[in-house]
Design a protein around this ligand. Structure first.
Ligand SMILES: [Zn+2]
Ligand SMILES: [Zn+2]
Length: 353
């Protein structure tokens, strides 16, 4: 089935994204060659396109973009036993070194040698053919679509954040920001048993999507300024878990103030490098502030909650494009036109809209 066509989306530098042909890679012994299927555009992909960098990660040589992906196994390396040609898989895009202390103690997301798709200098997978270690590919059951497989990537971020927050049955969870990561946190919190999920944003269409996905309350912080008081009035109490998907000074401050004493605040968003926060207030109320970085051992759980029907990720997808339409797809993602949430690119050559 292999052809010579390996159309690939390459970010040369800021504002310079091109489609070009590249050689089809050959899988190493522990790898599989994948015919790529669905690739979602992430906020980080857009950020690299617009700014050419995220923190100290700089695009200083051409880099294949894309990391929220699924594909079909085309060939397997000689040591691969877990997969065979034709298997449909979700791709966990970060492959750690496997030998450092973080890797050995199960915190591989903190590995210094992490090779992560579309984080400079490593290539991503918005391409027709791509190789990846077989053990970072998760076989999808027949009833789980390739698009759902691609969405396991952002969903895993939500699963990891909610695990860090220790969300459990009966919890009341506040989520700040209703972009894709806020939305997947709704799904993860719901599947872990949260009974109340309250979410904020400044865009009504995003809050409507949040409601559709299971938020019990929404707050537009453009019109409601006393958010903490508003939440107290709505719930009769403050939430015991807060997940900040923005990470700006104002939201971290709100997270500290609006979390019940003794509760957990997880900061997922990284909008600001440095912030001024009411630390004494946080400490005296025993608020635990936690960081998260990507995910770690969360793909299996993300797949499980989708496959079991516990959560439905499909409403996140608002737009579909072919690989040839990649530039247009990025235009939609960066402008948010048409109330874009998740823009999906279909990398297989025979995809029909
Ligand atoms: Zn992403
Ligand atoms: Zn490591």
């Amino acid at each position: 089935m292999t052809t010579k066509d390996n159309l690939t989306a390459v970010l040369y530098k800021k504002e310079d994204l091109r489609l070009e042909q590249r050689p089809i890679p050959v899988p190493k012994d522990d790898e599989v060659l994948l015919r790529m299927d669905s690739v979602g555009i992430c906020g980080s992909d857009v950020h690299y396109l617009v700014h050419g960098r995220i923190a100290h990660f700089v695009v200083d040589k051409p880099m294949v973009i894309g990391h929220e992906a699924s594909g079909i196994v085309d060939k397997v390396g000689k040591n691969v036993k877990s997969l065979k040609p034709g298997d449909r898989v979700a791709i966990e895009p970060g492959v750690p070194c496997r030998v450092c202390t973080f890797c050995k103690t199960g915190k591989y997301n903190l590995c210094d040698e992490m090779v992560f798709c579309a984080t400079p200098p490593y290539d991503g997978n918005l391409t027709r053919y791509y190789t990846h270690p077989a053990d970072f590919c998760f076989k999808l059951p027949d009833h789980v679509s390739m698009e759902e497989g691609a969405l396991l990537e952002p969903l895993s971020v939500g699963v990891h954040a909610c695990r860090q927050a220790n969300v459990m049955i009966g919890d009341s969870v506040l989520i700040l920001g209703s972009g894709p990561i806020g939305l997947v946190n709704i799904l993860a919190a719901k599947s872990m048993g949260a009974s109340t999920i309250i979410i904020t944003d400044i865009v009504d269409s995003r809050l409507a999507k949040a409601k559709e996905l299971g938020a019990t309350h929404t707050i537009n912080t453009k019109s409601i300024t006393k958010v903490k008081e508003h939440i107290e009035k709505l719930l009769g109490d403050l939430p015991n878990k807060t997940i900040d998907c923005v990470g700006a000074e104002a939201t971290i401050r709100l997270g500290i103030e609006a979390t019940r004493a003794g509760g957990n605040l997880v900061v997922v968003g990284l909008a600001a490098d440095e912030v001024k926060i009411p630390m004494a207030y946080a400490l005296s109320r025993e608020i635990t502030i936690l960081g998260v970085f990507r995910y770690c051992n969360d793909y299996p759980l993300a797949l499980d909650i989708v496959a079991s029907g516990k959560v439905n990720v499909k409403p996140l997808i608002t737009h579909h494009y072919t690989l040839e339409e990649t530039l247009e797809a990025f235009e939609t993602a960066r402008t948010g036109r048409g109330n874009a949430i998740k823009v999906m690119i279909h990398a297989n050559a025979d995809y029909k809209k």
